[in-house]
Design a protein around this ligand. Structure first.
Ligand code: TYD
Length: 202
């Protein structure tokens, strides 16, 4: 029985979501809410090992293998961290979740999107976020924020990131009730206000 709230934060690399998650976390805590700030891939334990492979393995990684590793991390994360915290009535603030796999491995790498959704469903046992915020920013801005030191995923190129960005916008179009897009080229303060508005509605 779910009692807490499950909010996910999404967007292409360098979209500024990590800053925004920290701000909304502080805001909710200051109002007395109990939050859990977590992330995919690699929240803790086994996940950190999977994260290391996903972001830093230097040999060939096939798109299907990549997908299954993200999904394996998700299954562990949902079962061992998210569901127990929801049962305790906490607000989960999760940096990336199911939509990342749809956007990156589906739209980006070209894996069948319906199949990814099906596998996501298996990995989460059907758990869905109450709210998903997508931070949208043009690729030039996001790439300049990422900088020169790129991990394995960040090295995927401009074409890939254009597909990822369009993927997120498409996801939001298809599920407007759950997925809200915020233009992330605005100031940190203005973006934070918009995040607060969306979260307070819940
Ligand atoms: P991370 O350092 O957490 O990046 P960010 O700060 O942008 O969230 O790296 C996670 C990377 O993994 C990022 O490039 C997105 C990618 N990713 C996928 O490709 N599929 C997924 O399912 C998830 C969760 C992440």
């Amino acid at each position: 029985m779910k009692q807490g709230l499950f909010i996910t934060f999404e967007g292409a690399d360098g979209c500024g979501k990590t800053t925004q998650i920290e701000l909304i976390d502080n805001y909710l805590r200051s109002k007395g809410y109990e939050t859990v700030l977590t992330r995919e891939p690699g929240a803790k334990g086994l996940g950190t090992k999977l994260r290391e492979i996903l972001l830093h393995y230097e040999g060939e990684v096939s798109p299907n293998c990549e997908s299954f590793l993200f999904l394996a991390d998700r299954a562990q994360h949902v079962d061992c961290i998210i569901k127990p915290a929801l049962k305790e009535g906490k607000i989960i603030l999760c940096d990336r979740h199911t939509d990342s796999t749809v956007a990156y491995q589906g739209y980006g790498r070209g894996i069948n999107i319906e199949e990814i959704k099906h596998l996501n469903n298996l990995a989460t046992s059907g758990l869905k976020p109450d709210l998903t915020i997508v931070f949208d920013v043009d690729i030039e801005t996001s790439m300049s924020r990422v900088g020169k030191e790129k991990d394995r995923m960040e090295s995927s190129g401009v074409d890939f990131f254009n597909k990822v960005r369009n993927g997120y916008l498409d996801i939001a179009k298809k599920e407007p009730e759950r997925v809200k897009v915020i233009n992330s080229s605005d100031t940190i303060e203005n973006i934070h206000k918009k995040v607060v508005e969306l979260v307070e509605k819940l």
